[in-house]
Design a protein around this ligand. Structure first.
Ligand code: ADP
Ligand code: MG
Length: 242
């Protein structure tokens, strides 16, 4: 579903990604972790073509991001993205937050978009809040809305960038529960998160990044297995968060 091939990226003269390669198969749940500044956000933004890269290629469902003539807006519309800070439209109701891209990007009718939005809102347990504005919801609720909004676009893959790290601790689980459900339903997911409980529960693979490189990329069982087999840097990182 996603093939990342020897991607390198620079911000000016600063190399933020170095020769990153990995594959995410349909139905795979891949957790990406690593220290702050290691390039995790940049890498997943590249997958969504939100950030350009100078070397290598990323192929999403057969479409090469770097090939000339690729319709990037179309590709983006098929890749769901959930950010750390929700990024809901503050001036729109929850209903409208869920409908707007369905109408404007996918050309769905207002009724169809609302219908779909309500179903997804129900699914994340927030149907009663449809008429509210984002500012009237808790962080955990806003993040569930953001997930529902991404799902409304019928994505072929979902990307998450630290979706729980801006939340108060008591709200983390309500968001992780939605993500676990999605994973168990077979959604293809690439999740930047330090929630190792989530990784242990549903990840198929864990990627560890450091200084713009993919240092480890292995099955979950291996990643959490014999820690002495991990790289020094992964061990140092894991010793801080486990
Ligand atoms: P992570 O998500 O792992 O914390 P990021 O991908 O956000 O890491 O950032 C990786 C590195 O790239 C950091 O050193 C960060 O300061 C730098 N960086 C991120 N965005 C930009 C930008 N727009 N311009 C310049 N440097 C950036
Ligand atoms: Mg980040």
């Amino acid at each position: 579903m996603i093939s990342i091939k020897q991607v390198s990226k620079w911000y000016g003269s600063f190399q933020v990604l170095t020769d990153c390669s990995t594959e995410v198969k349909k139905g795979d749940v891949v957790v990406v972790c690593g220290p702050s500044g290691s390039g995790k956000s940049t890498l997943i933004k590249c997958v969504n073509a939100l950030e350009p890269f100078q070397k290598g290629d990323i192929v999403v469902d057969g479409t090469s991001i770097s090939a000339p003539g690729t319709n990037l807006p179309k590709l983006r519309s098929r890749v769901g993205m959930v950010f750390q800070h929700f990024e809901l439209f503050p001036h729109l109701t929850i209903t409208d937050n869920l409908s707007i891209a369905q109408e404007k990007v996918l050309g769905r009718s207002r009724e169809e978009a609302r219908d779909k939005g309500m179903k997804l809102l129900d699914r994340v347990g927030l149907k009663a809040h449809a008429a509210k504005f984002p500012g009237q919801l808790s962080g955990g609720q806003q993040q569930r809305v953001a997930i529902a909004r991404a799902l409304a676009m019928d994505p072929i893959v979902m990307l998450f960038d630290e979706p729980t790290s801006a939340l108060d601790p008591e709200m983390v689980n309500e968001v992780l529960d939605v993500m676990v459900e999605l994973a168990q339903e077979g959604m293809t997911m690439m999740c930047v998160t330090h929630e190792m409980g989530f990784a242990r529960k549903v990840a198929h693979r864990v990627i560890f990044m450091d200084q713009g490189r993919i240092i480890e990329d292995c099955p979950k069982e291996q990643f959490f297995g014999d820690l002495s087999q991990r790289s020094d840097r992964a061990q140092a990182f894991l010793s801080k968060i486990l």
